[in-house]
Design a binder for this molecule. Sequence first.
Ligand SMILES: C[S@@+](CC[C@H](N)C(=O)[O-])C[C@H]1O[C@@H](n2cnc3c(N)ncnc32)[C@H](O)[C@@H]1O
Length: 278
Amino acid sequence: MTTTIDALDADRQLKAKHRAMWALGNYPELATDLISSLGPVLVNASKIRRGDRVLDVAAGSGNAAIPAALVGATVVASDLTPELFDAGRSQAAARGAALTWETADAEAMAFPDGDFDIVMSCVGVMFAPHHQRAADELTRVCRTGGTIGLLSWTPGGFVGQLFATMKPYAPPPPPGAQPPPLWGNEDHVREMFGDRVTDVSARTDAVTVDHFRTPADFREYFKSHYGPTIAVYRSIADDPQRVAALDADIDALVRRFQLADGAAVMEWEYLLLTGTKA
Ligand SMILES: C[S@@+](CC[C@H](N)C(=O)[O-])C[C@H]1O[C@@H](n2cnc3c(N)ncnc32)[C@H](O)[C@@H]1O
């Protein structure tokens, strides 16, 4: 009994930490500047139609939820970090989209079983630390015959490698937490869903990011905009040598992925996977 309460408490604390991290910087601006094309990619792949009831899990400021609403679907945008919703509401209003916003941990959602025709997540659910719990929840809230659509950064792609680069500088993850880019590994995702999801279709693709002139531009932008990067730098702030080493490692990573000399144009690889709830 005490163990269960302790575990629940530890999980609540971990999620509070994650929420605070994603509220740092300016994630909504980053999503608009860099990956706004990915929401429509996921909406198209999930075959969302007018009248569908859609749940966007870990929706952030609505990168996928807003395009889904613009198709005419009835959309709930859910996320652990409601601090991101105001930006989402402004974007939705500016684009003429109507949808609802609900705070929810992807690992324990309050929605009833089978409540949605489509359950999707764009580089979102991958950040819930307990992958199987999150996969079970995606499956539970999707109706039989409904679609699960996921777009996730791959381990070997740029964002996966950014997390690998930051890892040695970050405090160790709590026991049981799994690395986000594993959701970009098709076998891992297939294994989590098992026979509960059929007709799985998966392909890798990449988004071209041409927002940065130099590796240093990228680094400074992420240090001011992206919660996970801001949090790692905060954890080493009193050690200038480690800060300089992480700066150099991030610059080297950008150079490794840069398509050509000159501007720091990169392709960020993702896995796009859809399936039908059996
Ligand atoms: C990289 S952002 C993606 C947001 C959005 N889907 C997009 O495409 O821009 C990751 C999101 O996952 C959310 N998140 C992290 N852990 C979560 C959890 N356990 N449950 C629900 N959302 C979570 C964060 O708050 C953040 O909004």
